[in-house]
Design a binder for this molecule. Structure first.
Ligand code: EPU
Length: 421
């Protein structure tokens, strides 16, 4: 197993190129199941999760080509399977994204139930209720969801209790091949959903309401292949912004979209970072001590839960007290115990963490527990005095392309090495 070693306390200088968004690539790859023929996806990040979903599609007979640094080309013409097995779903919950497109195209699909995960129970009841509204029969057997429909899915109104990102994506994809119109109410509004809507429109489906919480999908009998680029990863962008905030220095992030990070950018300015935005870049610099600010995680455009851990790491070296409410997932404070090992002063009370800034963190051995918790340890390690050793970094490799090379490229003393046995 690999681990990351960081010698902290060095300011960062230079440029980092942001990769395509994991959470946009996964639904867009799943959407290729809706239409036979060669789809072309540009800017797909080379990550463990994108390779996992490609392995899943390949197990169903999907053909694909992916040259290094080139587009990902996918053809689902000759589907021979309609099942996502437990082995793959247990490593990546987002495998549930194949359920909607498979049942819409083939009339039946079997996907393993994801079960709980490190950050919470994460049920899929909204996905299943939505598909039932479109006429699917859903059976839960032997740990699998079996969905089937005689004939075509039928458009209907689907209302989410609370906005669900992958739930909205699953229903959007299913509705694209349904007969008639589907109205999705209380839909999630994350930018990744906009990317999927753009792809479905290119595939021939008319969709209204992009960027709002009410989407109207005019279903089509058939769709055609599409060519589209994956949007920049706003969570990777936010993570590097906070890495610079923690380590100090001045860095320009290229190929990103500042409009996808409204609440984070406001908070970073509030804590004293200098932020300058262009259409596709953000320059960040720290020239003064960090102030504290409170956050509450919310669906887009609120503060993203996927950046809460990194913000907590940043606040652990602020000059004040920050109150952090986690509103989306019930168990997303796994990083607290690890940040405390680096000297952070954090008290947790239910879904709230109270962070009292300290003058400096000190390097220590820590363990990555989930993807974004791992990123918070990198942010903290860049600020800490001495060596921070992060083990179980396979979590990081699910969602950050070339993290070590990108940070080393702006002057961080960071390396990946084999864990001693
Ligand atoms: N929820 C339900 N029932 C459902 C679906 C969701 O109760 O059927 C609840 C969840 O438990 C949670 C809330 O609704 O409390 C919102 O969850 P959502 O469905 O939006 O989460 P998701 O679609 O499973 C995506 C991202 C996550 C990100 C969340 C929230 C992908 C592949 N995953 O998950 O990303 O944290 O939205 O923004 O898009 C990550 O990248 O590290 C990650 C966890």
């Amino acid at each position: 197993m690999d681990r990351i070693v960081i010698e902290g306390g060095r300011p960062l200088h230079g440029e980092i190129r942001i990769s395509g968004a994991k959470n946009a690539a996964l639904p867009l790859i799943a959407a290729t199941l809706l239409a036979p023929g060669w789809h072309t996806l540009h800017n797909v990040p080379n990550l463990r999760d994108t390779r996992t979903i490609m392995a899943l599609l390949q197990s169903m007979g999907v053909q694909w080509q992916w040259e290094p640094d080139g587009p990902l080309r996918i053809n689902s013409e000759h589907l021979v399977g309609n099942e996502a097995s437990y082995d793959l779903v247990k490593t990546m919950r987002a495998s549930i994204l194949v359920l909607g497109p498979l049942v819409a195209r083939l009339g039946c699909a079997r996907v393993s139930l994801p079960g709980g995960c490190a950050i919470g129970a994460r049920p899929i009841d909204f996905h299943l209720r939505g598909l039932e509204k479109l006429g699917c029969t859903i059976d839960l057997q032997d740990g699998y969801v079996a969905a089937r429909i005689d004939g075509r899915l039928q458009g209907n109104t689907v209302t989410f209790d609370i906005p669900s990102v992958t739930g909205t994506e699953n229903i959007l994809m299913a509705a694209a091949l349904a007969e008639g119109d589907t109205v999705i109410k209380n839909a999630a509004r994350e930018p990744e959903i906009g990317n999927l809507i753009d792809m479905l429109i290119l595939m021939g489906c008319a969709i209204e309401g992009c960027g709002t919480d009410t989407l109207v999908v005019h279903g089509m009998r058939e769709l055609r292949p599409a060519e589209i680029a994956i949007i920049p990863d706003r969570i990777e962008t936010g993570t590097y912004l906070m890495a610079v905030g923690a380590a100090g220095g001045e860095v320009v992030l290229r190929n990103c979209n500042p409009e996808h990070l409204p609440s984070l950018l406001e908070k970073l300015q509030a804590v004293g970072l200098e932020i300058e935005c262009g259409a596709d870049f953000i320059r960040v610099a720290r020239s003064a001590p960090l102030q504290s600010a409170d956050i509450t995680t919310m669906p887009f455009p609120g503060f993203p839960t996927d950046l809460q851990a990194q913000f907590m790491a940043l606040m652990s070296i602020s000059t004040g007290v920050a109150v952090i409410h986690e509103n989306i997932f019930e168990n997303r404070f796994m990083h607290v115990a690890e940040l405390r090992r680096l000297g952070a002063e954090i008290r947790v009370d239910g879904h709230t963490a109270i962070v009292t800034g300290v003058d400096r963190l000190h390097g220590a051995q820590v363990m990555a527990t989930d993807l974004r918790a791992s990123a918070s340890l990198v942010v903290a390690g860049l600020a800490a005095e001495g060596s921070t050793i992060i083990s179980r970094i396979y979590h990081l490799e699910r969602g950050y392309a070339d993290l070590v090379a990108k940070l080393a490229g702006v002057g961080a003393a960071i390396r990946k090495e084999k864990e001693p046995s």
